[in-house]
Every structure is written in C-alpha cells, then in structure tokens.
Design a protein around this ligand. Structure first.
Ligand code: SF4
Length: 377
C-alpha cells in the first residue's frame, strides 16, 4: 500500500470554479473526525501488511482542522497501520489558515509537507475566483511557512480572465523569490454546475481563453526550467528531491486507501469511491456500513489509465510494461497509434519509452485519448 488519503470535506467559502466535495458548515466537524477514524478501522484489512509510505490530508480545506485534530488522526493511523519511519505527510492548506501561530503548531505535528492553495498573488484574480484569502495573506503565509517547513508546494492558476502575461510572470517570480521547491499549476477550467459556469453563461464573467492559457503554460514551462525545476508531471514542477511522493505513487499506479466523503481508493485491480455527502457518510459509518461504490477495472481500463497517467509524466509509457501487463496486441496498438504524433513532433519514442514532447504537452489529454483501447470493454 503506497498511501492513505484523508478527505476533509469543509471549506470557509465556495470558490467559484470548484467542483470538489465540501460543505461550508463546520457543524459536523467532530462527528466527521470520528467517522473517518471508524472508516480507517473498518477498512484496515484492505491494506494488509503493506507499510504506509505517504499520508495526505486533502479536501476541502484540511487546514481548518486544529493541529490537535490532525495529531489525533495521525496517532490513530500510527496505532493501527504499519507506517514507515519517515513517511511523507502532506497537509493541503489555505493561506488564511496559516498565520504564525497555526504554523508553529503544525510544525510540531508529524506533518512534513504543506501544499498551499495560493492560486494568485493578485487581489483581482482572488476576487474573481472567490478565494477566502487576499493578496497580503497569500504572500505573508509563504514568508512565514518557509520558516517552519522546507517541503512546500503551492498551487497557481493561470488563464484567469483579465490575467495578463506580465501578471502571470510576476506570480511565478514571486514564488521563485521565496525559494518554494514545488509548484502545481493548472489552467482555470469551467466545470458544469459551478458558480463560474453560471456566471459565464449569464455573461457576468468572460470565458477563459484557451489561447491565453496555452501561452501562460508555455511561459511557466520556460521560466521554471530556467529556474532548475523538473517538469515531472503535466501540472507539476519540482526541484530535485521535492517531487510529491504521494501523487507520484498515484501516477505510477500504486495502491492507496482513501477515507472520508467522496474519497477514492485503488487496490491494484479495482477503484472505489465514497459517497459525496457529509451527513449520509457519517450515518452510514455509524450504521457500520461502508458508503462505498466499487468498480473492477477491465484490462482495457487498466491499459487506458496507464496510458493516460504515463503520458502526463516524465516516466512515460514503457512499451515493455505494456507488453508484459497487457500483451503484445496492446503494445502493437499503442506503437501504431502513436506514430502520427511522433511524426508531428508531439511525442517521442526513446528506447521503448513513449513520452509527450514540450510541443505536445498542452494537447496531452487529447493525444492519450487517441491511444486508448476503446473496443474491448
Ligand atoms: S478551498 Fe479548495 S476545495 Fe474549498 S472551495 Fe476552494 S478550491 Fe474548492
């Protein structure tokens, strides 16, 4: 088992673009923590004797939990699971929760990595996305966090309507000036059923422009390469030694146990996901029933997932592994399907490892879809 993921389903307010599962009411916070501990126990046997290498508090906004509550969950995991000596333990955190006092307390827990949702250092961008923090908090929390944590990742969003190239570059420069060793960066995407979607439909916000987002992505790749970052996954850049071990394990197809409402798990053969409703999740756990759905992956599903995630990473798609895990017909298929992308300079085949070139990176999901095995499901 590579890791444990814990979904903390609470946020102070709803960011306009967000389609994750969360509630803005913290009334059930105590019951939720108890339910999460119960779920960990109910699913203990899924892990077997495999040691836990990474623990990840995601959400939602896990930094809404007190350090004592995080410690309680970590102590429970240590008591009931075999955990390696130095696991990577990540807390997703929002800037408005990271004042000096909170950081001091977090530094005394076993948490050793922060993933901070900065998104932008500009007030106009933060307001447009309805983030709970302001520009001062974005900057100040990083100045403070770097006093206590070495392993920090920050999220940045590009392609925001109204975001100029100069503003985007300034965001990148600010991160670099603070010595942050890991950046996750995404284009602003418009998901159905979000407030952002409705605002665009009614014309109160312009639609994000794909061309602008592409340009921002190119600037990001260039500047971070120059600054010594490794572009190890499509949306992730890390200095040597600072890749996310938790996320790398997902991308390399390792197993993980996800607990909490809406959390997903993977046991090597099947995927499962918990109900995305706080009250129903708690009730089900109290009734000693797992609020879970499972899907056993077909051979084609597992191949498609490998292609999708492999092409997003520097590790690529290993043709020998394709042949070994799925057979020679899958290998022949992926080689044939990738030929035209290689000819167009969008992919490369380097001693049996297929990867996406820089030119193809912005198109990688579409390229992967063309390599999917569609007919055998
Ligand atoms: S803080 Fe994160 S999870 Fe919460 S609404 Fe904003 S983007 Fe979504």
């Amino acid at each position: 088992m590579a890791g444990i993921y814990i979904h903390i389903p609470f946020c102070k307010q709803a960011c306009y673009y967000c389609d994750f599962h969360f509630s803005t009411s913290l009334k059930k916070k105590d019951e939720m923590i108890v339910a999460i501990l119960d779920e960990l126990l109910m699913r203990r046997s899924e892990v077997g004797e495999e040691p836990i290498e990474t623990i990840y508090f995601g959400g939602g906004t896990p930094s809404l939990l007190e350090a004592s509550e995080l410690n309680r969950i970590l102590a429970f995991i240590a008591d009931h699971f075999e955990v390696i000596e130095h696991p990577e333990i990540t807390l997703e955190a929002n800037p408005d929760d990271l004042n000096a006092d909170a950081l001091q307390k977090l530094a005394q827990t076993r948490i050793n990595r922060l993933s901070i949702g900065i998104q932008s250092f500009y007030e106009a961008d933060l307001k447009m996305m309805n983030r709970a923090h302001n520009a001062d908090e974005a900057l100040n929390c990083l100045v403070e966090a770097t006093k206590y944590f070495k392993n920090i990742s920050i999220d940045l969003i590009y392609g925001i309507p109204g975001m100029t190239e100069a503003r985007w570059l300034q965001n990148i420069e600010t991160v670099l000036s603070l010595g942050i060793p890991h950046i996750s960066s995404y284009a602003l995407t418009v998901e159905p059923k979000t407030a952002l979607y409705k605002m665009i439909q009614t014309g109160s916000i312009p639609k994000p422009d794909d061309g602008v987002a592409h340009q921002h992505f190119l600037l990001l790749m260039d500047r971070l390469k120059e600054a010594g970052f490794i572009h190890y996954e499509l949306s992730n850049f890390g200095k040597e030694g600072y890749f996310s071990q938790n996320n790398s394990a997902y991308w390399l197809g390792k197993k993980y146990l996800g607990v909490g409402p809406s959390a997903h798990s993977f046991d090597g053969q099947s995927r499962s996901w918990n109900i995305a409703n706080n009250a129903l999740y708690i009730k089900s756990i109290l009734d000693k029933k797992l609020p879970i759905e499972r899907e056993v992956l077909s051979e084609a599903d597992r191949y498609n997932e490998y292609v999708m995630t492999g092409l997003r990473t520097i590790w690529g798609v290993d043709l020998a592994r394709v042949e070994n895990d799925f057979g020679v017909r899958f290998r022949s298929y992926v080689v044939a399907q990738s030929e035209r992308f290689i000819a167009d300079g969008l992919m490369s085949n380097d001693v049996g490892i297929l990867t996406i070139t820089n030119k193809g990176k912005f198109l990688s999901d579409g390229i992967a879809a063309d390599l999917f095995w569609l007919n055998l499901k």
